[in-house]
Design a protein around this ligand. Sequence first.
Ligand SMILES: *Cc1c(COP(=O)(O)O)cnc(C)c1O
Length: 369
Amino acid sequence: MTVPLVDLGIQRDQIADEVAEGFARVLATTAFVGGPDCAAFESEFAAYSGRAHCVGVANGTDALELALRAAGVEQGDRIALPANTFVATAEAVVRAGGVPVPVDVDDEHLLLDPAALAEVAADVRAVMPVHLFGQLAPMEPIMAIAREHGLVVVEDGAQCQGATQHGRGMGAWGDAAGTSFYPGKNLGAFGDAGGVLTDDEEVARRVRLLANHGSDRKYEHPTLGFNSRLDTLQAVVLRAKLARLAGWNTERQLAAATYAELLKDVDGVRLPGVAEGNEHVWHLYVVRVPDRDGVLADLQAAGIGAGIHYPTPVHTTGAFERHGRPEGYPVTEKAAAEILSLPMFPGITRVQQERVRDALVEAVGKRVG
Ligand SMILES: *Cc1c(COP(=O)(O)O)cnc(C)c1O
């Protein structure tokens, strides 16, 4: 039996009828950009997330870039972000005109470390906490530092749809959050899509303007903009999936509890933790193991679809290496050599998870033996 890292077919089958009806409705009207489905999705996702506004855009990277621009980031601004994140966080900074300033993460949760942020806070204009793997970065200490130094705060919420911290979700803390509806995310489209969540009406207005050629009225373009609109067919898919997201996140939480039980006494396997106050939605289930590349190769040979998120910290990728500091980022670098993402998706069965456990026990056992 093989176990995939992610199985999107289960979700696709559950929404098939609703999507077919929705696509037929859009095809009948020929309103392929904008229209009632986009507006309905935006208000439904804002309500689900507890935010006043959601603006749909073309993908998650655009969401982050436009949120930074709308929140007032300017050419040359230095922007702190965790060294341990997907490269798109840093791309968004550069595309918005900023300069990425990586900072280290905490060893327990691999999230932006407030102590590391404090070290650079006097020297940056903004910070992008990343809610990685399905749980929020520690927003109370981060916001205390941001307020003290007057920083713009744009959260990268690509991996945390439905997650909360002390009951508050992404976008509730700083200026805005950008999120991604890439197919594999907890809320994923049938292609690329993204959104900006905010309680700030002016930020929402500016994102909408920037995403639509700098225009809020036909033929008027007061500002240079972009084309980054949410596609109507994707909005249909997202509405159908949003209605099921809470249930799917519960399935992820149950699967995480099953892994914790199956793996609790396995020597050499360090399990992921949930930070204080967090409701974790387990976008990824990331363990740490010795000789990770060897373990990964063994799992793949055994038909287990494991992955690495991410093997190369931001400052070690070609595009961004000049932005790292000379002494590096020890916690991020050590973790990058140990992290291993196990299969995680709504609908994963206990039998599949036992298969993962068996293969992992064998692979790690050889190495700690
Ligand atoms: C997926 C992701 C993004 C980018 O989203 P796209 O929709 O692929 O542009 C940004 N940040 C993080 C942490 C992500 O996981």
